[in-house]
Design a protein around this ligand. Structure first.
Ligand SMILES: Nc1ncnc2c1ncn2[C@@H]1O[C@H](COP(=O)(O)OP(=O)(O)OP(=O)(O)O)[C@@H](O)[C@H]1O
Ligand SMILES: [Mg+2]
Length: 328
């Protein structure tokens, strides 16, 4: 495979990993263009971490092939290790050391001189908004601070490929945004990022292409535009003042949104799933629909427009939601 020549950071073909009876990764094909953020989206147990670990040479595949910048992850593991860095769900910073101590130690392990290691640590702590926490032990960091120091540790020496395994799971919105900014900054410096996530909005914010995985298999792959075209652009939820106006609202919305509109068990509530239409954003369509309702004299008490959740993506792609997955 001439991954290098083809401009791919990662290329896998039929990648497999089994744990006893479990086929954690069951024939995964991926092609990750260099210099981009690539999103791997899937629910708990889909095989995200297992895939990443094989690409980072931490687990040996049981079948198929994987190349990182043209190097085979099994036969040329050293070359691969020299070019990748992993920020995992199970990261490598030492809880008992301070932020500075961790980064300096890792820098020294990478072969940086004492002065250079200190300088780089200070720089990264500042970039990641951790200067005030630099002298605190990492075990006293909040979840968001912890995630930021993990990423800082993994980009001490700028890797060609950075794996971020669910970098924002469990973080509050502000910390998520900080992590997203960091990811954008890392990519701007030329690093390819392979990001796993359980959130469609995160993949949408960061990734150019997305693979959706389910039970160890890729069930959809494409640009986020392509993915949204297949799963829809989001859902509109409305609550009316007066239940007697719901039938009329139903008609108005169907026409204005050109979408199926559902009547909810709540007698004043309606929901519509919007198809993705290039050049006509969901928000614009929703705004026009609201204006139509107002013109028809229908009072709307509450309105929201949400992006499809991972559940909705799975429902659209597989006909069942992620909870069935776990049960199955
Ligand atoms: N070391 C292991 N031994 C046995 N089974 C494992 C091992 N690691 C993973 N598995 C199983 O493989 C499957 C895929 O796990 P994996 O951790 O790759 O999923 P994931 O997509 O990362 O999920 P999460 O979102 O929960 O992190 C799961 O069924 C899991 O229980
Ligand atoms: Mg995982």
């Amino acid at each position: 495979m001439s991954t290098q020549a083809s401009g791919l950071a990662v290329e896998t073909a039929g990648l497999v990993k089994t744990f006893g009876e479990t086929r954690a990764v069951d024939g995964v094909d991926l092609a990750v263009p260099a210099g981009t953020v690539y999103g791997v989206l899937g629910p708990n147990g889909a095989g995200k971490t297992t895939t990443v670990k094989m690409l980072a040479t931490l687990l040996r595949p049981d079948g198929g092939e994987a190349h990182v910048f043209g190097h085979d992850v099994v036969r040329e593991a050293d070359e691969v290790r020299g070019r990748v860095s992993l920020t995992g769900q199970y990261a490598s910073v030492d809880e008992d050391l301070t932020g500075t101590e961790n980064l300096v130690l890792l820098g020294r392990l990478l072969g940086h001189g004492k002065k250079a290691a200190r300088h780089r640590a200070g720089q990264l702590l500042e970039t990641f908004g951790l200067t005030d926490a630099a002298a605190k032990q990492v075990k006293h960091y909040s979840g968001g601070m912890r995630r930021r120091i993990d990423i800082a540790a993994s980009i001490l020496s700028t890797p060609d490929l950075l794996f971020l395994d669910e970098p924002t799971t469990g973080l509050d919105p502000r910390s998520r945004n900080q992590v997203w900014d960091i990811v954008r900054a890392v990519v701007a410096q030329g690093t390819t990022v392979l990001l796993t996530t359980q959130y469609l909005d995160e993949a949408d914010q960061l990734a150019s292409r997305i693979a959706v995985i389910d039970k160890g298999r890729v069930i959809a792959e494409g640009t986020k535009g392509e993915l949204k075209a297949s799963v829809g652009a989001g859902s509109v939820h409305l609550r009316l003042r007066d239940p007697d106006q719901r039938a009329e609202a139903h008609q108005v919305l169907r026409t204005a949104l050109a979408a199926e509109v559902q009547l909810e068990p709540d007698p004043v509530a309606l929901t519509a799933r919007l198809a993705a239409e290039p050049g006509d954003g969901a928000a614009d369509r929703a705004a026009r629909a609201l204006a139509e309702l107002s013109r028809a004299g229908i009072t709307v008490d509450n309105f929201s427009l949400g992006q499809p959740s991972l559940d909705e993506v799975f429902l659209a792609l597989t006909g069942h939601d992620t909870k069935d997955e776990v049960a199955a």
